[in-house]
Design a protein around this ligand. Structure first.
Ligand SMILES: Nc1ncnc2c1ncn2[C@@H]1O[C@H](COP(=O)(O)OP(=O)(O)OP(=O)(O)O)[C@@H](O)[C@H]1O
Ligand SMILES: [Mg+2]
Length: 289
């Protein structure tokens, strides 16, 4: 028995098993070039879809300028990320349970100065940020565009979902943010996926994504994969007005089916396999700063 144990240890088998068993949260950042393309609604409803699959899910409002997940969820958060940045609260104190099955971290309003934090402040914030723990999936809804704090979250995530709509301006801005990611990120292993929102057909989405994927490959020598699409659907705007996510208010709507299709597909292709967890997040977050 001791021999067997010794052999296994020698070959690193026990060690491997231990690491293999250690669960690492998959960190997904949802971003876009142009504003208003549907990031927040997608992030919220994906969080619900994952929670409904039994995944421990945390949704973070990483939009530190105009945080509004709480508005769509009709929640009045006691604390938000600003309290963590200002060291008034611990991360564990600001994470809230929701009625939707996921836990939620509120963002801050009118605050844009992760960019103004000193290196030490930033490191403390990142370390604190990583104490969320006990999650399978962490979804970060970022602000649109290229603010430094957005890039910081993107750089640190395992997966980056870039959202566009069929509008030419959204498409060119999606290319813009992909270009910045491709040229500025240290971690060339970053996994980018493209999500086309507000389409009228699967063909339309495929045409748009093919165009972006080809241009990114040709001009940036970079890879972005097609993740899927969400139909233009009045259920989305209605859900915002009613302050109830569409996956809950209207689970059979076209948009709900699309979101469930996407999360189901992500599960099947096993994106969690390359999750680096919060340790990886911390390492990459600080590397970018
Ligand atoms: N699939 C859709 N079908 C119809 N309307 C949609 C769809 N997706 C988004 N919208 C509309 O777009 C609005 C903006 O969506 P959302 O707030 O999610 O965008 P955002 O990218 O997070 O914006 P911001 O850049 O300001 O954070 C929604 O309130 C809704 O009216
Ligand atoms: Mg938003």
């Amino acid at each position: 028995m001791t021999e067997l144990r010794a052999i296994m240890t020698d070959q690193g088998i026990l060690q491997k098993k231990k690491n293999g068993d250690a669960k690492k949260a998959l960190v997904i950042a949802v971003t876009s070039g142009k504003g208003g393309v549907g990031k927040t609604n997608i992030a919220i409803n994906m969080a619900i879809a994952y929670a409904q699959m039994g995944k421990k899910t945390v949704l973070i409002d990483g939009d530190l300028g105009m945080a509004n997940i709480n508005v769509i969820l009709n929640i009045v958060p006691k604390y938000n990320l600003l309290h963590v940045i200002n060291k008034q609260r611990k991360m564990s104190e600001i994470v809230e349970d929701t009625e939707f099955g996921f836990r939620f971290v509120a963002g801050a309003n009118g605050f844009s100065s992760i960019a103004n934090m000193t290196q030490i402040e930033l490191e403390l914030f990142a370390e604190e940020f990583c104490t969320i723990g006990n999650a399978d999936i962490i979804i970060i809804d970022t602000g649109a565009g290229i603010a430094k704090n957005v890039l910081q979250f993107i750089a640190a995530a395992d997966e980056v979902f870039v959202v566009t709509t069929p509008e030419p301006t959204a498409i060119t801005d999606a290319y813009g943010i992909i270009k910045i990611i491709a040229t500025e990120m240290f971690d060339k292993d970053i996994h980018l996926k493209l999500l086309v929102n507000r389409v009228h057909s699967a063909d339309e989405a495929k045409r748009i994504s093919d165009r972006i994927i080809n241009i990114v490959a040709q001009f940036l020598s970079f890879r972005i994969d097609y993740l899927g699409f969400i139909y233009e659907d009045p259920a989305v705007a209605q859900s915002v007005i009613r302050q109830k996510p569409f996956l809950i208010a209207d689970p059979q709507s076209k948009s709900s089916l699309c979101v469930r299709h996407i999360t189901g597909r992500l599960e099947r292709i096993g994106i969690a396999a390359h999750a680096q967890g919060m340790q990886g997040f911390l390492r990459k977050f600080l590397k970018k700063s």
